[in-house]
Design a protein around this ligand. Structure first.
Ligand code: NAD
Length: 321
């Protein structure tokens, strides 16, 4: 069995490799070649932790396994460890033997950023110039860095519930040589692409804050009850997702579905657009919305990619298991 420790991931994994892995696995999911297993997520009654498993099998990429981990809210304060902790386990689909164990913390951030980037590549207008960020926490910086590679953006605007955190994303804009402006939510009207990545349980972005032609990537809502955007926005938009079953149960679409504003059949897989079986954006004034709920296959895809890179560079630790 091969081990790729968390400490090696930063030097091994690139944004390009994460993007390619996620784009391919979304395509495989839509083609019916890959599927996710039901998600297990439990409050374990210890350290206020949420722990669970996300797994799946990609017959096209021959990737089988799971990501185990979750959220330990006291880690940072008590132990100087990050609160999100996860590990990916890969298995040989021919034999069921354990194949690799891979640190999943940085990979989670990279694969989540890759997902919204893939949605921007396939759904945003080609002439998008202004990107708007809702959220300025840990994930937001990864999201913005990856998104900036998809279009010739000229300006970053941002809003955050905790405005004191906005310098986190201002720094990423500055690294890319772009101006940054903090705006009120109605200032998001200026954006051609909006990414929301918060832990909110009530909507911040309202339908009237979004101009025609905008692509919105909703990336924060991955649990029942969470919500970042007004449900009406989904009714106004062409809605895409990584996985429809998750979108309607734990994703942003859960609210629009509950309120009867859209139906399950109104939601398309982003992978179908990648494969060319769905036309994607149909006009320059259409609002497109990607409900990125985060699937296990994304984790497995980036982990398999990093194992290959670690083997190539002689960094993977081999253990007799
Ligand atoms: P973080 O704790 O670093 O940042 C949280 C962000 O949410 C901050 O910008 C904060 O100001 C904002 N926020 C907090 N309370 C809010 C409220 N009431 N209203 C509006 N905004 C509020 O977290 P993070 O690591 O950046 O993760 C952000 C979210 O992304 C989490 O909900 C996490 O579960 C989710 N996530 C999703 C995926 C996926 O694949 N879709 C992957 C990883 C994380």
């Amino acid at each position: 069995m091969l081990i790729v420790p968390e400490r090696e991931i930063a030097d091994l994994m690139t944004r390009e490799a994460a993007f390619d892995a996620v784009e391919k696995v979304f395509a495989a999911m839509a083609a019916g070649d890959a599927y996710n297993f039901p998600v297990v997520r439990e409050a374990i009654g210890h350290e206020d932790a949420l722990y669970g498993f996300k797994g799946g099998f990609d017959r096209a990429g021959l990737t089988l396994g799971l990501k185990a981990g979750g959220y330990w809210p006291n880690n940072l304060e008590k132990r100087d460890l990050i609160n999100h902790q996860s590990t990916v386990f890969l298995f040989d689909p021919d034999t069921g033997r354990a194949k690799a164990m891979v640190g999943g913390n940085l990979l989670t951030a990279l694969r989540t950023a890759a997902a919204s980037s893939v949605s921007i590549k396939h759904l945003a207008r080609k002439d998008a110039k202004v990107i708007g960020m809702i959220g300025a926490g840990h994930q937001a910086t990864f999201q913005l860095r990856a998104a900036l590679e998809q279009r010739d953006f000229e300006k970053v605007i941002g809003w955050n519930y905790h405005p004191e955190m906005l310098p986190n994303i201002e720094k990423v804009a500055a690294e890319a040589g772009l101006p940054f402006e903090a705006v009120e939510l109605d200032g998001m009207q200026e954006a051609d692409v909006i990414i929301s990545i918060t832990s909110a349980f009530a909507p911040s972005l309202m339908a009237d804050h979004v101009a025609p032609g905008t692509h919105v990537a909703c990336m924060g809502t991955d649990t029942k009850g969470k919500q970042e955007v007004e449900a009406d926005l989904l009714a106004r938009a062409a809605v895409f997702t990584d996985e429809v079953a998750q979108s309607i149960s734990i994703g942003e679409a859960q609210h629009a579905i509950e309120q009867g504003l859209i139906k399950e059949a109104d939601i398309a897989q982003l992978g179908a657009v990648i494969n060319g079986t769905h036309k994607g954006r149909t006009s320059d004034d259409q609002i497109t919305l990607f409900d990125g709920t985060g699937v296990g296959l994304q984790d497995l895809a980036v982990a398999a990619s990093v194992v290959d890179l670690a083997v190539q560079k002689g960094i993977a630790i081999e253990v007799d298991f």
